[in-house]
Design a protein around this ligand. Structure first.
Ligand SMILES: *Cc1c(COP(=O)(O)O)cnc(C)c1O
Ligand code: SF4
Length: 449
C-alpha cells in the first residue's frame, strides 16, 4: 500500500469527501488553522466508518471539528477566512489562540533538558533517573495527527544523515556518563516516520558504543494504529524489522510503545500482520493511550482494547489523563471519570491484561496515578500516588487531595485535610528553580518541546 497524506490543502481528494457537508468542510478549514490536521489513506479507507462518521471515534481522532475551538476563536477565524484577511494578520491571531491553548504543558520546553560539558543537549530530556527521552529530529512528524495532540511537527531543514550522526554521538556521550540510565525512549512526533536508514544510524551508534547499562531501547509510535504498512509494504519495511532484530540479537530489549486509542485500530488485517512481523523480531509491544471524551471514555472500549491487545501478543502499559493543552475542553474527562473508566475496565479483564497502569497524569513533578476515591475521617479525598517522580523517592507514598468532581488535572486539586501543600511541592519548586537558574546563563534556541 502506498502512503498518501491528506491535509488541509488536499482533503477534498478523499473518496468520502462528498459525505461532508459544506459546514463541516468549512469547520475543518477553520479549526485546522490552529490545530494540526493530517490524515492518510489507511485511516480514511480502513479505519473510519463513513456511514456513521459524525460520531465515529476514528473520524473525531483525525478530523478537526467546530467544537474543538472556543466559539469566540472559531467565529473570528471563520470571519477572517471568509473576508480573505491578509495571511500575516490571520497568522498573528492564530498564534494568539494557540498560546491561549497552553501549547507547552508541564514545563516540557523549559525543564529536564540536560547539559553536557556546558552544552545544552536539545533533543534529549532526562527527567526520571532510569529513562532518558530522545527526540530524533527526523521523527518529529506523524503518519496522521491526532486532534487532541498539540505536538505538531517542528521541521528542521538539516541534512538527515549528517545530523542524525551528530545527535547520536551526543546521546551516546550523555549515556556513558549517566550509568543510572537503563532505558532510552525514542519519541516524537513519531520516530517511525524516519527512514530505516536514519533509524539504523542512531541504533548502530548506540550498539557500537556498547554501553553496559543500556538495557532497553523503546520507540514510542502511533504507526501501528495509523500506518501499519510501515512494517509491511513500505520500501524499507524489511529494513525496519531487521534493525529491530539487530537490537534483540544483542540482548537488548526492544520495546515498541504503541499508541492505540480505540479497538477499531486493532482489527484490520494490516495491523494484525504488522504486530506479527514485529514480534517475530523478538521485540515487545507495549500499549498506551490517553482517555478521551468522544473517543474512548467508556470502560467497554478499554476492556476490549486490553483483551484484544493481549490476544495479539501485546502488553497493556499505560492509560493517561489527557494533557491540559490544545482541545482539552473538548476531549477532557474529569479525574473521577478517568478513574471510573479505568477501574470499570480493569475489573472485567483477567490478570494478563492488568499489566496496565493508570489513569496517570504526566505532570511537572512526575507521573501521578489516581489510585481511588476514599473517605478518611469524614473527608472525601482522591488518593494519589507517584508512578514516576522527578525525585524517585516520591514514588510509592500515597497522598491525598480534596475530592473535586470537576478536577481534570493536578492543578485543579487542593491538598486534603486543610494542608497547605502536597508533600513534594517545596522540594519540587526548589528543583525547578535550580533548573531555571542554570538555564539563565545559556538561554539559546529551545528544545523540540
Ligand atoms: C513516561 C515518561 C518516561 C517513561 O516512564 P516509564 O514509567 O518508565 O514508562 C520517561 N520520561 C518522561 C519525561 C516521561 O514522561
Ligand atoms: S501520533 Fe502521537 S505525536 Fe502524533 S499527533 Fe498523535 S498523539 Fe500526537
Amino acid at each position: 500500500m502506498k502512503y498518501r497524506a491528506f491535509t488541509k490543502n488536499n482533503f477534498d481528494g478523499i473518496r468520502a469527501f462528498n459525505k461532508l457537508s459544506p459546514d463541516q468542510v468549512h469547520a475543518i478549514r477553520v479549526v485546522s488553522e490552529v490545530l494540526p490536521f493530517k490524515t492518510n489513506n489507511y485511516v480514511v479507507n480502513e479505519l473510519i466508518d463513513w456511514d456513521h462518521f459524525e460520531d465515529d471515534p476514528m473520524f473525531i481522532l483525525n478530523f478537526p471539528r467546530k467544537e474543538m475551538l472556543e466559539p469566540e476563536h472559531f467565529s473570528k477565524i471563520s470571519w477572517m477566512i471568509e473576508k480573505n484577511t491578509d495571511r500575516s494578520e490571520l497568522a498573528r491571531y492564530v498564534h494568539q489562540v494557540r498560546i491561549s491553548l497552553n501549547p507547552h504543558p508541564a514545563g516540557q520546553l523549559e525543564h529536564n533538558v540536560p547539559t553536557l560539558k556546558g552544552e545544552k543537549l536539545t533533543g534529549i530530556q532526562h527527567k526520571y533517573r532510569e529513562t532518558m527521552l530522545f527526540f530524533p529530529s527526523q521523527g518529529q512528524t506523524c503518519h496522521a495527527y491526532c486532534t487532541f495532540c498539540f505536538r505538531w511537527p517542528q521541521f528542521t531543514g538539516m541534512s538527515e544523515l549528517k545530523f542524525a550522526m551528530k545527535q547520536a554521538n551526543l546521546l551516546v556521550d550523555y549515556l556513558r556518563v549517566n550509568p543510572a540510565i537503563t532505558d532510552i525512549l525514542l519519541t516524537g512526533g513519531d520516530p517511525m516516520v524516519m527512514k530505516a536508514s536514519v533509524l539504523e544510524r542512531y541504533i548502530d551508534t548506540m550498539l557500537k558504543a556498547d554501553i553496559p547499562h543500556l538495557k532497553t531501547i523503546r520507540i514510542g509510535t502511533k504507526s501501528l494504529a495509523f500506518w501499519p504498512y510501515r512494517y509491511l509494504t513500505d520500501p524499507d519495511s524489511q529494513d525496519i524489522l531487521r534493525v529491530f532484530r539487530k537490537i534483540t540479537d544483542r540482548g537488548i530489549n526492544m520495546a515498541v510503545m504503541a499508541h492505540f486509542s480505540h479497538q477499531r485500530e486493532l482489527y484490520t488485517d494490516a495491523v494484525s500482520e504488522a504486530v506479527k512481523q514485529i514480534r517475530r523480531t523478538g521485540a515487545q509491544i507495549r500499549t498506551q493511550s490517553p482517555v478521551l471524551r468522544h473517543i474512548n471514555d467508556d470502560p467497554d472500549v478499554w476492556a476490549t482494547m486490553w483483551r484484544r491487545q493481549v490476544d495479539m501478543g501485546m502488553i497493556p502499559y499505560y492509560m493517561f489523563v489527557a494533557r491540559d493543552t490544545g482541545a482539552q475542553a473538548y476531549f477532557g474527562v474529569s479525574l473521577e471519570q478517568a478513574h471510573e473508566i479505568f477501574t470499570g475496565a480493569y475489573k472485567r479483564v483477567s490478570g494478563v491484561c492488568r499489566t496496565v497502569r493508570g489513569p496517570s497524569m504526566s505532570t511537572g513533578p512526575g507521573k501521578i496515578r489516581i489510585e481511588g476515591i476514599a473517605e478518611i475521617r469524614g473527608e472525601k479525598v482522591f488518593v494519589l500516588n507517584f508512578i514516576q517522580g522527578r525525585n524517585p523517592d516520591w514514588v510509592g507514598k500515597p497522598f491525598f487531595a480534596a475530592y473535586n468532581p470537576h478536577a481534570e488535572w493536578l492543578d485543579h486539586l487542593e491538598p486534603a485535610f486543610g494542608e497547605r501543600e502536597f508533600f513534594y511541592e517545596e522540594e519540587y519548586n526548589r528543583l525547578i528553580e535550580e533548573d531555571l537558574s542554570e538555564k539563565e546563563n545559556r538561554r539559546k534556541s529551545v528544545a523540540h518541546f
